[in-house]
Design a protein around this ligand. Structure first.
Ligand code: 13P
Ligand code: SF4
Length: 323
């Protein structure tokens, strides 16, 4: 038994080349592939990205790429979005288990009942949801365009906003609109400790606290700036401040430190003594798994065609409304 297990392990490692970066480059040419990477991925994966961005930027890239294969280093709903936009391309996700607690917290059947209870409402869904929920939506949004999109909806039109109640509350404050919110949230952004952030701000009085709108209200009220991952990155680049406390998944700190080395970045602390503000789903992807996915042409994202077609409409509306 022991020998079999150890052989298995060796076989796995034997199939991983020593120079993974070069091997991935070769496969990219062979497949005519593009590698799309979210800021929450580990550093090595960020380094091999053809495009690194937030959910909106990644959707825009997926909508316009002429590659034959999309390698998506992010979570399932992001790769699924790429597949909705590109039914004829092969879309690879290094680890199919890379899900999202927020998307999982909004099952399609329960959402159908919620929608049915508000028949005159327009449904605006955050992109962090399954294709089946997208298929029941009127417009998709991301954290970078949610305010802009809600502002374009006629004022007398009632709106359901799902699945993130924290982003929904933030959008409601910014637009002055009453939104009917689905009771969902992100396990990563919920874990930040208001008390520890306030302490940290006192220890670093020159630092600006900048945070993602998925954070809870009591955390966001201490923020000097609120925005999507891309907006946080851009803000820290152009702000006169030299030190920042970052209230989002810490993967983005790698890019901030790499591209803005003259400034200092501190990850906002979580309530426990753990690294629990790292997204456990995003971090399932590794460079090795990404290489193997390209080599094996799988795991790939597949979707029932009727769901894909229904989900495409609200996604296209988002792309039009955020242009
Ligand atoms: P962005 O819109 O900033 O990419 O956010 C994605 C996400 O999952 C945040 O948890
Ligand atoms: Fe989902 Fe939160 Fe992870 Fe983003 S950070 S993918 S919302 S669990």
């Amino acid at each position: 038994m022991f020998i079999t297990e150890s052989k298995k392990t060796n076989t796995y490692f034997d199939s991983i080349p020593d120079d993974l970066f070069a091997a991935i480059e070769d496969l990219k040419k062979e497949l005519n592939a593009v590698i799309l990477v979210h800021y929450y991925q580990e550093a090595d994966i960020q380094d091999i990205a053809d495009f690194l961005g937030d959910s909106l930027g990644l959707s825009q890239q997926a909508a316009t790429t002429d590659a034959d294969v999309i390698v998506f280093a992010g979570v399932h709903f992001m790769a699924e979005t790429a597949k909705i936009l590109n039914p004829n391309k092969l879309v690879l996700l290094p680890d199919l288990d890379a899900g999202c607690s927020m998307a999982d917290g909004c099952p399609a059947e329960e959402f159908a009942a919620f929608k049915a209870a508000h028949p005159d409402h327009l449904v605006v869904c955050y992109v962090n949801c399954s294709a089946a929920v997208k298929a029941m939506s009127d417009i998709i949004c991301t954290s970078s365009n949610a305010v802009k999109i809600v502002n374009q909806i006629p004022e007398d039109q009632p709106i359901i906003f799902a699945p993130d109640k924290n982003l929904g509350r933030y959008v409601s404050e910014q637009t002055g609109r009453d939104l009917v919110l689905w009771d969902g949230s992100c396990m990563v952004h919920e874990i930040f400790s208001e008390k520890k952030i306030v302490q940290l701000k006192m220890e670093h009085p020159q630092a600006e606290f900048i945070a993602h709108p998925e954070c809870e209200e009591q955390v966001l009220r201490h923020a000097n700036f609120i925005g999507s991952t891309k907006a946080l990155f851009e803000y820290s680049k152009q702000s006169a401040a030299e030190k920042f406390i970052i209230g989002t998944e810490p993967g983005i700190l790698y890019q901030m430190e790499k591209q803005i080395p003259e400034k200092q970045f501190i990850a906002a602390p979580a309530t426990g003594n753990c690294a629990c503000n790292e997204c456990p789903h995003m971090r399932l992807n590794t460079l090795e798994k990404l290489y193997l996915a390209m080599k094996n042409r799988g795991p790939e994202i597949t979707l029932p065609e009727e769901i894909r077609v229904a989900a495409l409409k609200p996604l296209q509306r988002m792309l039009e409304m955020s242009a």
